[in-house]
Structure formats: C-alpha cells, structure tokens
Design a protein around this ligand. Structure first.
Ligand SMILES: *[C@@H]1O[C@H](CO)[C@@H](O)[C@H](O)[C@H]1NC(C)=O
Ligand SMILES: *[C@@H]1O[C@H](CO)[C@@H](O)[C@H](O)[C@H]1NC(C)=O
Ligand SMILES: *[C@@H]1O[C@H](CO)[C@@H](O)[C@H](O)[C@H]1NC(C)=O
Length: 570
C-alpha cells in the first residue's frame, strides 16, 4: 500500500518535472553594451570552443606531462537553468587542463577598483581539484600557458578532501630586490561544494579594501594595507629587524633565580651522615668462621662439555658454577655488614633559591631599521594584465564556468549577478527540488509514541483513554511475562534480586486467582440454583449431577480458604 503510494508520487513528480522542464525559459544573452567598465564579460555564447576566443594551451613539460584535459562549450547536464545557456566545461577527470583568453588590450587597474567575478558549477561534484582563475601578466603566450606563467592575481576555490579554501593570491614585486613574492590570504573562506551554480566575486578597491563574496554574500573582507595579518607573508616587510651583529655581553645575567648566599653551605660529610636512608649496620660483626679467601661459587667439577658443542659457533665452553661445598656450613667471599635504617636520615640537601637581584631578563639583540624595508601602499595597482586563464588539475569531470567578468565596477558585477546568476539559481533550485537524489526507500516512520497520541487532536478523548489503558495493561502484561520466563530460568536468583517484585506479583496473582475462582463459583452456584427450579420432567441423572455440583462447592468464604492452599504449596 505504502509502496504503491510512493510510486504514484514518483510518477506524479516525474510528470511534473517534465511539465516544468518544457516550461523552462529560453536563454537570452545579456547585452554587453550595458557594461561600460568591463575588460571582459564572457557568457560563452558560441557554437563551440573553436569559434570562441579561448585558446587551449599546448604547453608540454616533458613527454609525460601535457595539459591533456579536454574543454568544451556546452549546456549544463545536471539541474539545468535556462534552456540553451552554455558555459565553458572542464571535461576530463584526473587530468591537467589549461585554457586562456587573451584580452584585446591590456587591463590597467592603476588607481581603479578591480572586480573579478565568475560562476562555477560542479556538475559531478569535486573531490579534489582547483577551480580558480588567474589574471595573467602582460605578454604571456597563449599556446604555452602553464603553471609557471607569471600572473598578478589568483582567485577561486581549491579543494582536496577536507582541505577547502577560496584562494586569493596577489603577486607583488619587492622594489629593492625586484623579486616577486606571492602573498596568500592567511585564513581563506570555504568554497561551496554542491552541484548547482555558485557565484564567486573578488573586489579590490583603490583604497585597498578587499572583499570576497560567494553568491553575493561577503565571505571575507578587510584592508590589504591596514590589516597586516590578512596576508601571509605580510604585504610589507617589518620596519625594524634584530641586529644580526649584536651579541650577548658576558656580564649579562639571565638567571632568574640563584642559590641563597646566606644559607649555610652544605657540610662535606652531609651525604655520608644524613643523606642515605640505609647504612651498613655499625654493630654488625664478621662471624668468626667467615672465610674471605674461599669463593662462594666454583665451577662444577662434574660438568662435562656436551659432545655437540662447537667452539667456533658456540664459543669457548665454560663449566657452569655451583655453590662451593665448603661454604655450605660457613660464610665465604667478601664479608659485608647488613644494611639497617639510618636513624639520622634527613633526606637530600636542599639549597633554597632566591630571586636574582642582578637578573636582567632574557637577552635580545637590539633592533635596527630593516635595510630591505619598503612600503607597498597600493597593492591594487597591479601590473598590466593581458589574459585570464584556467590552469587546473581536477579529479572530477564536467566542471562548468560561466559569466566571467573582469572590470572596474562593483555595480556592473552586481547587475550581472542580478540578471544572470539569480534567475538561473531559482531555476536550478526548482529542478533540484524535483530531481535531487533521494534515498532509495522512504524512511520508515517511527512508531507512534504516547505523546504523539496525546497530541493527535484527530482522536476523540475516549479512544485516547482506551488506548492509554490498553498500553498500560500491555506493558504490565509484558513485564509479568518477562518476569515469568526469568523465574523459570533461575527462580532463586530472581527472588533474591527482586524480592519486592516477587511478593507483589505473587499477591497480585493470588488476589486475581481468588477473585476469579470466587466469581466462577458464584456463577456456577447461581446456575445450579436456577437449574434446580426446572420443571419436574428432568431425568433423575441430571438431578443427581446438579446435587453433586452443589455439594462440591462450599460458601464464598470457604472457597477462599480452600483455593489459597494449592498456591501456597506452589
Ligand atoms: C577584440 O578584437 C576583435 C577583433 O578586432 C573583435 O572582433 C572583438 O569584438 C574584440 N573583443 C572585445 C571584447 O573588444
Ligand atoms: C541587485 O538586486 C538587489 C536586490 O534585488 C538590489 O538591491 C540591487 O540594487 C541590485 N543591483 C543592481 C546593480 O542592479
Ligand atoms: C489529522 O487528520 C488529518 C486528515 O485526516 C491528517 O492530515 C493529519 O495529519 C492528522 N493529524 C495528526 C496529528 O495525525
């Protein structure tokens, strides 16, 4: 019954799903003319990848390592949004992928806000892999784009098992050395690991305020210059460093405590007299017949070298020792007095410490101005950018990117989100509600508890009451049944462990039995009495029976006495 209900439900849901799918609105690309501040807004409205300006990298490190991962421009396969809405899809599981888009003219962010925004849809989930994007330096080579290609900013999720972060990396040159250093976000937010579209936005304002938004909500924010702990290593080196040539002076006293100089010095004979809990008994005397010249053990003169003893393998054979027979009646070897408790024992010598009046603290080298110090006050003035690229490893297939925006306007990015991500998200969520994977079997409802029963307003109070009584009696009955089985298994233990329960059950049993028997007797008596008044055409046999019964059954009080007997024996 339940199963058929379920299958009907599924059929309905599938039918509804089909109905909704046919109602899904057609995809209409956004008019790019509304975006004045965009270096790129890419919605992948192309027939296929060859028609697009995106170029797959042919970089090779050696014969084994190539970017063999496939790319495609296609519509979404799971929980689709608009009909015909295409994106850039990273196709191959367990492969490196690299693709980039070269800008028509270099993107210059000097004294501007930088906004980078794109959508990610993990159509097959993501166990391990990156989905981040890089802003590539001026003059990079599209066909040789690889992991070494210099970039200004890297942004986006990187996941492997429980390690999950949305990276933000900014590469800044050190003006004194010219070396480029990568500064990472110290505590990166977590990515969204579902199979729907998620929108990632990076904002870097010209006042150095920084923000990461996920699906329009701020996930991380700060100021790159003011919050010195935001990036690691910090954007700017420390202003002062410890002088590497400074050394600790010989006179520097860094002992916090010293032995109390006013305390008496340790006497030379302290350990000997007071330091040991046990001492050789001073009153012990060496026995007269103790023979120090005889050893206590001697080699066994009767021992024989075994026949299979091999001197080379087993070593030289030595006869085992036995107790010197001479020593069986007297002491042998070096005599030592027995140890006895030391009456003068005081424990080990303790010298109290005092705080060192000359303590100067731990020594630290003095600080000097950092000769390599520089101040990067405008990290948002990144170098010129020529391209935007994905250079990624993934374990999962079919990762889709879409609606990539790089520009100077937060408003434009928000508008794009409002016009693309938001409506798409609604459609995807509707589809998800219909088609998401469900447990193969509907979970079994837990049994109705007594509280449920009381709270169920559908039942009348009388039925509730009857059910209550029924449950109470059922519980009692089951308890007694358990007790009875245990009693049969091990009566003595049970009585000893639960004497009260036993007595109560016995009394209850006796009472019920007695009343039951009494009622039966009364009934039989009444029946017999009524039979006696039958008309006279009864056979004598029948009459005799009635009399028999009547004789056997005494009065009600007599019955009680009578019936208790067999139970007491029990
Ligand atoms: C880049 O230049 C090409 C050819 O000149 C042109 O077709 C394309 O529309 C330009 N793209 C952008 C984003 O301006
Ligand atoms: C985007 O939508 C939100 C909420 O509807 C609105 O408050 C906001 O002004 C919109 N932004 C743009 C740039 O249209
Ligand atoms: C009461 O009955 C209605 C209709 O039969 C049912 O939908 C509802 O779940 C019932 N309420 C409870 C608490 O069982």
């Amino acid at each position: 019954m339940k199963l058929s209900c379920f299958s009907v439900g599924v059929t309905l849901a599938v039918a509804a799903g089909v109905a909704i799918a046919s109602d899904v609105p057609e995809y209409k690309p956004l008019k790019k003319s509304v975006l004045k501040n965009a270096a790129i807004f890419e919605q992948f409205d192309y027939e296929d990848i060859n028609e697009s300006p995106w170029r797959i990298s042919h970089a090779e490190k050696d014969d084994e390592f190539t970017y063999r991962g496939q790319w495609a421009i296609e519509t979404s396969k799971v929980y689709p949004g608009f009909k015909g809405d295409k994106g850039l899809v990273m196709k191959t599981p367990a492969a490196y992928h690299a693709i980039s888009y070269k800008l028509n003219e270099s993107f210059d962010n000097t004294d501007q806000d930088l906004v980078l925004q794109y959508e990610i849809k993990l159509q097959d989930g993501l166990s391990c892999g990156g989905t981040y994007v890089k802003l590539l330096n001026q003059g990079y080579d599209e066909s040789e784009f690889n992991g070494e290609t210099p970039y200004q900013i890297m942004f986006g999720p990187d996941v492997c098992g429980s390690n999950d972060k949305v990276h933000f990396i900014i590469n800044r040159p050190n003006p004194s050395t010219g070396e480029v250093e990568a500064h990472h976000l110290r505590t990166a937010p977590m990515s969204r690991n579902d199979q729907l579209t998620n929108l990632y936005t990076l904002i870097l304002k010209k006042n150095q305020d920084f923000e990461i938004r996920i699906n329009g909500d701020v996930a991380k924010a700060g100021n790159l210059v003011k919050n010195t702990a935001l990036l690691t290593p910090p954007l700017n080196p420390p202003e002062e460093i410890e002088d590497p040539y400074d050394t600790k002076p010989l006179s520097w006293d860094d002992r916090k405590f010293i032995p109390d100089p006013n305390y008496p010095a340790k006497p030379d004979d302290y350990d000997e007299l007071y330091g040991n809990a046990y001492i050789p008994d001073p009153e012990a005397v060496k026995p007269e017949d103790w023979d120090e010249s005889e050893p206590l053990f001697i080699p066994d003169p009767e021992a024989v070298k075994p026949e299979d003893w091999n001197d080379e393998e087993d070593g030289e054979w030595i006869s085992p020792d036995i107790i010197n027979p001479i020593c069986e009646t007297k002491g042998c070897g070096e005599w030592q007095p027995p140890m006895v408790p030391n009456a003068n024992y005081r424990g080990i010598w303790l010298q109290p410490d005092i705080i060192n009046p000359n303590y100067k603290g731990t020594w630290k080298p003095r600080k000097i101005l950092n000769p390599d110090y520089y101040e990067d006050k405008t990290p948002s003035n990144i170098g010129l950018i020529d391209g935007i690229g994905f250079e990624l490893w993934t374990m999962s297939k079919d990762i889709m990117f879409d609606n990539i925006y790089l520009g100077h306007s937060i408003k434009e990015a928000e508008l794009i989100g409002n016009l693309t991500y938001n409506p798409k998200s609604v459609l995807e969520n509707d589809d998800y509600d219909l088609n998401r994977p469900r447990a193969p079997i509907e979970p079994i409802q837990p049994p109705v508890s007594f509280e449920d029963f009381l709270n169920d307003d559908n039942e009348s109070t009388l039925t509730q009451f009857i059910e209550f009584i029924r449950i109470v009696f059922l519980r009692q009955f089951l308890d007694i049944k358990d007790f009875y089985y245990e009693f049969r298994l091990n009566p003595l233990d049970l009585i000893l462990n639960e004497p009260l329960k036993f007595v109560v059950y016995c009394c209850a049993f006796l009472t019920i039995f007695t009343f039951g028997f009494a009622i039966i007797n009364v009934l039989v008596f009444v029946l017999a009495a009524s039979k006696q008044e039958l008309p006279k055409n009864e056979t004598p046999e029948q009459e005799a029976k009635i009399v028999e019964i009547k004789d056997d059954e005494p009065s009600a009080t007599g019955v009680e006495e009578h019936t208790t007997k067999p139970i007491k024996r029990h």
